[in-house]
Design a protein around this ligand. Sequence first.
Ligand code: ADP
Ligand code: ZN
Length: 836
Amino acid sequence: MTSEVRRDSKSHHLDAREGAVINVIVDQPGRGLDRAFSYLPPKSAPERIEIGSYVLVPFGRRQLPGFVVGSTDEQPEFALKRIAGPLLDDPVFNERQLAEAEWLAEEYDATLGDALRCYLPPGSTRNIRRRAVMLTDAPLATIRQMIGGRSRKQLEVVEALRAAEGEMSLDALKSKLGSDPTSALRSLEDKRIAAIRRDLTPPSAQLKVQRFASLAQSREAVEAEAIARAIRAPRQAETLRRLLVDQVPVKASELNASAVNALARDGVITVEELAVRRAPEEAGLGEEARVAPPPTPEQAEALEVVGQTFDAGGGEVLLHGVTGSGKTEVYIQAIHRVLDRGRTAIVMVPEISLTPQLLGRFRARFGDQLAVMHSAISAGERFDEWHRAKTGDAQIVVGARSAVFAPLQNLGLIIIDEEHERAYKQDRPPRYDARTVASQRCRAEGAVLLLGSATPSIETYWTFVEGHHGRRIVDLPRRIDDRPLPGVELIDMRAEAKLGRTGTFSAELAAALTDCLDVGNQAILFLNRRGFSTFVMCRECGFALGCEDCSVSMTYHYGDKAMQCHHCDRRERVPDICPSCGGTDIGFHGLGTERVADQVEREFPDARVCRMDRDTTSTKGAHGTILRQFASRQCNVLVGTQMIAKGLDLPDVTLVGVLNADVGLNRPDFRAAEHTFQLLAQVAGRAGRANKPGRVFVQTYNPDNYAITRAAEHDYAGFYQDELSRRLEVRGSPYPPFGHLLAVHISDEDEDVASARATKLGHAVRRLAARSGGEISVGGPAPAPLAKLRGRFRWIIVPRGLDRDALRQVAMQAVEELPAKDRANVYVDVDPVDMM
Ligand code: ADP
Ligand code: ZN
């Protein structure tokens, strides 16, 4: 039996004496297990159990992985089971991290198990594999008798299992039978015919160790041995000579195995297991300078502020600098100063695989002091990089949002580049915002948080303008060497349409592209949509083909002549006849990157096009390859989605065209204008980065919209003011930054169940909101903008108010009131960034 322990026992000491009770959080998703369970220490090596140990524990009929979070002396009245043993050699978190995880779980309505999983080394998660197994090899006739006449299902299970040599995964069995075999298996288990066996999958990554041979005696002695063995055992002599020449441990696999064994037995050499590092491959875009340029006066000022904040024991600095103003250089020099004082640093970037240039610069300046953590490297590489940070081999971690949990000791600085990016919010449990976690971690460790952006998020900028908690802003208003920001021209596509021009390219953009290519420069064309067309429609009845599982239209991909859903990746052939009217005239509408690339090639004879979007970058390293093609001028026009909007700094790019600036404006999201402004400012920043001036053309149907005009004027301050007043104007509670909001998501495979549950939850939220007295206005329940996703119907409730804690309490309590089985299909997203 296991027992429940309250989670509020804040003391995290641990005592693994015989008789002590160890508290373990099991590593399993789901609210039902969100509490600590008690165990006795393992029989063997109890001293290896510490706070943060990742252990295997018996749990009901299963064995589960779990995290050790503490111990008590209180003996429960019933007998406790023992921890089976550790799954990893070292603890995965310490007491500071445990406290952080407790905060994380509380703050983002996650289980403590979900939060603690953030600290596991990459590739260590162990999943439970359920397999059906035969328990007997009795003849079929005997088994038939044991089952009895009426259980056809049980007999089918037995037959399937026998065909699979007595064992198969539950999923395979389920699909073979076409129904859930669990209850049949339970009956078979009672009769001792078959059972479900649960075991853990092995970790997908761990330290890679190899055997290395080295000399065990002095060089003179070994030389003598080599001579003595030259005739009798020439392979041994050869092995010794190799070791004498190399002077470092040599991989045993490169040597003759029997010679190595004999020499080790004789005590001439030693063989030991050493960890080998799997270093991620990196290809920069060119030679990067290894030395620091002297900082400009503005950069010096920024470094001074960071230094003062550091000396004051930590704090937060916002580096607001236009693209090309030297922010990255400030990051690098700030890290140097922190390392000089014996501290370490984390650098977060929105999606690191998209920024080979940034990584190249950091590598050139910091070499092996750097560990990188991102999804584009293999599990083994990721594990090794994590380990180097943990052991202090690396002092700087560069990575995506999860790098905020990097196991560095003595943290002195966290940098968040492109602070405004949505990628810093995690969209699965725990649904944390890495910016908030970073802020929390810096406070706990007395470190500096340095946020950088050309277009800070409205909420971040507001807290810095208000100067809460001594936060400071540093401006880098000019580009390095006073290179001008590119001129941005807005093209009114309504006027173009009136003149009968409805093509992809306006007359101005077409002319500018021709000129640009004529003089041998490069251009970037930016579009929000990948694929060939954005929808497939019957020209006879207007029916648009949609995804069966998601409430969106399918996108046509010319390359593989198929329609694809961009939400669930379902692929389908384009039908010959319309499923609605039986018509045969099916056409493709709207623009995707694939079609634009095709059009550029046909309409501009000098163009050599490369395309970058999720389709062309799905394989490892493809992103870098495309960028290198463009950087080395194998192609002169780069067509792409937002992937190309950031981090690219190429001297010959003098033209940037934004084909449809309006796509994001109409999203049902209160940050739609902000995102449009940020994206346009980023894209525009790609032009004219070196000594050639750049031009930017923005095609839009909304040339008067403030997000578009302010971006064209490079006017962040103006946009900030416009946006603040718009957010104040709404009825009810104001939007962030003045107030807070959260999103309660409800979903179900059954349309009616989803809507009934949403209605019920909506009532509860409104009732609790009214009672809280905290001026909460409740939006919804309403079908989510993406009303159906992967076969599930989705609803959303959005409470807004001034008091963030009151909001969280209302939402969480409303969810608590639901029956347990409904709660699994509901979640609360605190500080949501994706309102779809
Ligand atoms: P940002 O990160 O703001 O886009 P970068 O740090 O990439 O700006 O700087 C833009 C360009 O200016 C880069 O090519 C960089 O090498 C160069 N640069 C940055 N700081 C200096 C400096 N102090 N002196 C000379 N060149 C600099
Ligand atoms: Zn879909």
